[in-house]
Design a protein around this ligand. Structure first.
Ligand SMILES: O=C(O)CCC(=O)C(=O)O
Ligand SMILES: [Fe+2]
Length: 272
């Protein structure tokens, strides 16, 4: 899998790799360790309790309790700086190139898989997450243009042992929900990375969180990006801290959907 850092970063190159290449790329050393450590401490404290926090693609009821999630408005309450990781220019410019200049964020959660977590089923992400019911999508829906971009901000080191995400390179090219016959585990690679690295991928690529066989948690911050016209899965605005909302930067306002409100009128006068 390809990787870039701030010195050789090229947004068009990222977008090309996501659609025509492996479907995934690593951005190395995006965030410094101190900033990630501060986020980590808050997320660890928040996920100590054994309760179900709305995870999905799990293979058993026990796993749902071992994949603990902290959702966007709560992350903002814990620390606006965690939400502001989304403003990083490498992530922002990559998604502008990939999903259009007015792309939005559809979901952001910290996900901590606990020791003993069994791993997710191989899947594709929203809006394709129920593509096993392909008939509920428009005819000829395919992956010739993207309706999703994913980021995993790595908080704990992602290792084979603790369940680093598995992903099948190139699988994004044929839009299909993976089945047992696809032998996902024979053809997947692992997203091994260090705190502060960011894995970007096209959610049409088959992937899943893997079993956590270590004796500590594995935290990643999972972000879903969407073109401006796709409905986000998470309610990002109800209960969102008013101060955060009022002081949001242009990059944050765009990602919260303020540049493309609903209900709406056409944003530009019709051409004569
Ligand atoms: O946590 C991971 O490694 C991947 C999570 C994921 O793919 C999902 O929840 O959709
Ligand atoms: Fe996923």
């Amino acid at each position: 899998m390809k990787a870039m850092n701030r010195d050789n970063f090229d947004a068009a190159g990222v977008a090309e790799e996501l659609i025509d290449g492996d479907g995934a790329i690593f951005l190395k050393g995006v965030f410094d360790k101190a900033r990630i450590d501060r986020a980590r401490e808050l997320i660890v404290a928040e996920t100590e309790a054994d309760r179900e926090t709305g995870s999905h693609f799990n293979q058993s009821g026990t796993d749902a309790r071992l994949q603990r999630r902290v959702w966007f408005t709560r992350l903002v309450e814990l620390s606006p700086d965690i939400a502001r990781l989304l403003e990083d220019p490498m992530i922002f410019e990559s998604m502008r190139a990939f999903l259009g200049h007015e792309f939005v964020m559809g979901s952001m959660c910290a996900s901590r898989t606990m020791p003993g977590f069994g791993g997710q089923e191989p899947h594709i992400d929203y809006p394709y997450w129920d593509f096993h019911r392909a008939r509920t999508f428009p005819m000829r829906t395919n992956a010739s243009f993207p309706l999703n971009g994913q980021a995993i901000i790595i908080v704990d080191p992602f290792t084979e042992e603790n369940g680093a995400t598995a992903l099948a390179p190139g699988s994004q090219k044929v839009l299909r929900y993976p089945t047992k016959d696809d032998r996902f585990h024979d053809r997947s690679i692992r997203l091994i990375g260090e705190p502060g690295d960011v894995a970007l991928f096209f959610g049409a690529a088959w992937h899943c969180a893997m079993p956590n066989r270590s004796n500590s948690g594995r935290i990643g911050i999972l972000v879903e990006f969407l073109p401006k016209f796709v409905k986000p899965i998470e309610d990002l605005l109800t209960g969102l801290d008013q101060g955060f909302r009022d002081s949001a930067s242009p990059a944050m306002r765009q990602q919260l959907g303020f540049d493309y409100p609903w209900p709406s009128t056409p944003p530009h006068p019709p051409l004569n």
